[in-house]
Design a protein around this ligand. Structure first.
Ligand code: BGC
Length: 726
């Protein structure tokens, strides 16, 4: 292997300082930088960074943008540093670059991993043209507590759905060839169990059973690695008292030992230094020693490797072999993405200036956005609205708003191209004068006279589109909420508008599942519109006026009440289950609300309706090494074409550990014309019923399983099959 020889040659030639340099990533002070992202420790000036590069003391820069300036930084690394090792240029390119696609949670609602693959591909083209090699994405954490602000960045509460999206996004960002000029190296994050922080409070502790770690939180990382990811980011949290960024079991035993991962692990932003605040390390040097020896290869921004690793080696607290191994992994990745062969890849100013791809990406953004919108309810077929002959009042603080379209982690998005609701709806109407627009309320504060104006507009209209919800800053890092409800002034606006009696369609803006209340919950129709990105207005108009029949499904359960969190459909079975229709005093229940979700995981309507036949199994007794085929007839029983997400769930009836009440195992989105039927076929094998047993090894246990083919996690009739012994 020529690269291996080159890497070993370099390691043999490198001073300890140069080795440590490769293990440090720092904020990119040479290029326009997204300051608002990580403001706290941004303290370097450009000349300092140039000098660092020249002396081989930095291996990667992050969150800068621009091909020309990036090329200059690379030139210094390649031509002026002693060994000429190229820099890796990273950034948080999460759900789009210049063109902003829906937040990952919204895109997951499409239940179309191949769509996520295409948006990731488009994003990679734009990011690599702008001087970026490496993205800190996809986020593959499982989010089961909607109070957490980072739910927006995830694919929701389900393991299988998250795995499918994790793999698709890795394929999309990286493409088929890591050395191609438009391939963007990925960093599945945050390894691991960051989504399980207690009480949904960001950075909080994680207390986790080993089987939950392995059954729920690790599989998406494995899926991403199997799809070709070569770097991972460690998480801020501890797990059972050991911080993830110094967790040998995770970073070495599982990742390298069990999974044979060959890439490198980068810390989260100063998460290595934070071992001190955790009380897991006594000082910076102790933190560097614990992190590096546990398997954390690259330090992001804290500088503690640069500051202490040399002394630690001199003192014998770290071995040169440990340092070499981390350097080897970093250089291996740099080689794998082609930087040694072409250090100037992704640094072409002409390519950056070429905007000819934008129309195609806009069209993709619109299609992705409308495919991400979930229709929760549609009483009396209020939707779709007519493009003429109906007076429509667009009311709410998001009616004319472009500041809250991108969602969290939109740091490079082209603000000028964002299309708001008003613009999108006006463009779709045959008679634009049919639309009246009134904000009615601010996002978090009432507007003087706002409600009166809104009520007047509602009275004068045949239907209200009520654009309410969360601003973008309610989601993202350090944005946990205690009450996942609408801000009070918006709720008051909704109550007043509903009291007019004019039918209301809620256009909900949200970065998490919300607990809908009062007039919002009781509106005739509700569309979940997340943060949809650049093409928000046109996409919402497509759905509102029926140019597109909604096809998205909830990737997170909408609870009845905020106090039910954490609330997720695939929870372990209780000994006193709450069986709808058979009330018992002493059962799993809340006093105030019913146990069922208001809208369960997997739920979503379209403008037509689908009938499900009884699933036909190829056998009721599945042999140990055999394949079970399940065929279900789906019929479009409505009057227009539509798409249905056919979902297959399983339950293990009896096992050596308490198993979830249902788990998604397969899904497929199909398109059917009015009246058309299709047999949808899924196959399962023993691998699909495996879980981690009492010894924490994967096990499949013979016995009975319930199986549903259904339109959501809360409905459908079960059929059963038996897995026969080996
Ligand atoms: C976040 C990461 C992000 C990193 C770099 C951290 O605060 O947790 O998700 O990639 O900053 O910006």
């Amino acid at each position: 292997m020529p690269h291996q020889r080159r890497i070993e040659g370099l390691i043999a030639d490198m001073t300890l300082e140069e080795k440590i340099g490769q293990l440090g990533a720092f904020a990119d002070a040479l290029r326009p930088f997204a300051f608002e992202v990580n403001p706290e420790t941004f303290a370097r000036d450009a000349e300092q960074v140039r000098e660092q590069i020249r002396s081989g003391r930095v291996g990667a820069l992050f969150n800068g943008v621009g091909a020309a300036e990036g090329r200059e930084a690379q030139r210094i690394a390649v031509e002026e540093s002693r060994l000429g090792i190229p820099l890796l240029l990273g950034a948080d390119v999460i759900h789009g670059m210049r063109t902003v696609f829906p937040i990952p949670l919204g895109e997951a609602a499409s239940f179309e991993p191949d769509l996520a693959e295409r948006t990731a591909r488009a994003t990679a083209k734009e990011a690599t043209a702008a001087g970026i090699h490496w993205t800190f994405a996809p986020m593959v954490d499982i989010a089961r507590d909607q109070r957490w602000g980072r739910v927006a960045e995830t694919s929701g509460e389900d393991v299988y759905l998250t795995c499918e999206f994790a793999a698709a996004r890795v394929r999309g960002f990286q493409g088929a060839d890591l050395t191609a000029p438009d391939s963007l190296l990925t960093t599945p994050k945050h390894f691991a169990a960051y989504g399980a922080i207690s009480a949904g409070l960001d950075y909080n502790f994680v207390d986790m059973a080993p089987q939950t770690l392995r059954d729920v939180h690790l599989p998406p990382f494995k899926a991403a690695i199997d799809a070709g990811a070569l770097t991972l980011m460690s998480s801020f949290n501890d797990i059972n008292g050991v911080p993830a960024s110094a967790n040998r079991e995770l970073l070495t035993d599982i990742l390298r030992g069990e999974w044979k991962f060959e890439g490198f692990v980068v810390s989260d932003y100063t998460s290595d230094l934070e071992l001190v605040a955790h009380g897991y390390a006594s000082d910076e040097a102790d933190a560097a020693q614990k992190a590096l020896s546990a398997g954390l290869d690259m330090s992001l921004q804290s500088g503690i490797y640069a500051g202490h690793v040399a002394t630690l080696v001199e003192q014998g607290r770290l071995t040169m072999a440990e340092v070499d191994e981390a350097v080897r992994r970093v250089l291996h990745v740099k080689a794998a993405v082609g930087l040694f062969d072409d250090p100037y890849r992704c640094l072409d100013a002409e390519r950056e200036a070429d905007q000819s791809h934008i129309p195609v990406h806009d069209a993709l953004a619109r299609d992705c956005a409308r495919r991400s919108i979930v229709l929760l309810k549609n009483d009396g077929d209020l939707l779709p609205l007519k493009k003429s002959g109906q007076r429509i009042a667009l009311i709410g603080p998001f009616a004319q708003d472009t500041a809250n379209l991108g969602g969290c982690w939109n740091i490079f998005g082209d603000a000028a191209r964002m299309i708001d609701l008003e613009t999108g709806l006006l463009a779709a109407l045959d008679d634009p004068s049919a639309l009246t627009i009134v904000p009615g309320s601010g996002i978090e504060e009432a507007l003087d006279g706002g409600i009166d104006a809104a009520v007047a507009a509602a009275r004068g209209a045949d239907v209200v589109l009520l654009a309410v919800g969360e601003p973008h800053e309610f989601s993202g890092e350090a944005q946990s909420r205690t009450q996942i409800v609408l801000p009070a002034p918006q709720q008051a606006l909704a109550e007043a508008v509903a009291a007019t009696g004019t039918p209301v369609v809620v256009l909900l803006r949200n970065g998490r599942a919300l607990a809908l209340e009062g007039a919002v919950r009781d509106a005739q129709a509700i569309l979940v519109t997340w943060f949809l990105g650049t093409q928000t207005g046109p996409a919402v108009a497509d759905v509102v006026f029926g140019d597109y029949s909604p096809s998205a499904r909830l990737p997170v359960s909408f609870p009845q009440d905020a106090g039910q969190q954490p609330y997720f459909y695939n929870h372990p079975a209780s000994g006193r289950p709450n069986v709808p229709g058979t009330p018992r005093a002493f059962q799993t229940r809340w006093r105030e609300v019913t146990h069922a979700a208001l809208y369960p995981f997997g739920h979503g309507l379209s403008y037509t309706r689908f009938d499900y036949g009884v699933p036909q199994l190829s056998t009721g007794a599945l042999g140990w090494d055999d394949t079970l085929t399940i065929r279900t007839r789906i019929t479009n029983a409505g009057t227009c074409e539509g798409e249905e997400v056919v979902q297959l769930y399983l339950r293990d009836r009896t096992a050596s550990r308490v198993r979830p009440v249902r788990e998604l195992k397969r899904f497929r989105k199909i398109t059917l014309a009015a009246g058309e039927s299709q047999d949808v076929e899924f196959t399962l094998t023993r691998a699909d019923v495996e879980f981690h047993g009492v010894d924490n090894r994967p096990v499949a246990e013979p016995g009975l399983f319930d199986l549903w083919v259904a339109p959501s996690s809360a409905v459908g009739e079960a059929v059963s099959f038996e897995l026969l012994p080996r």
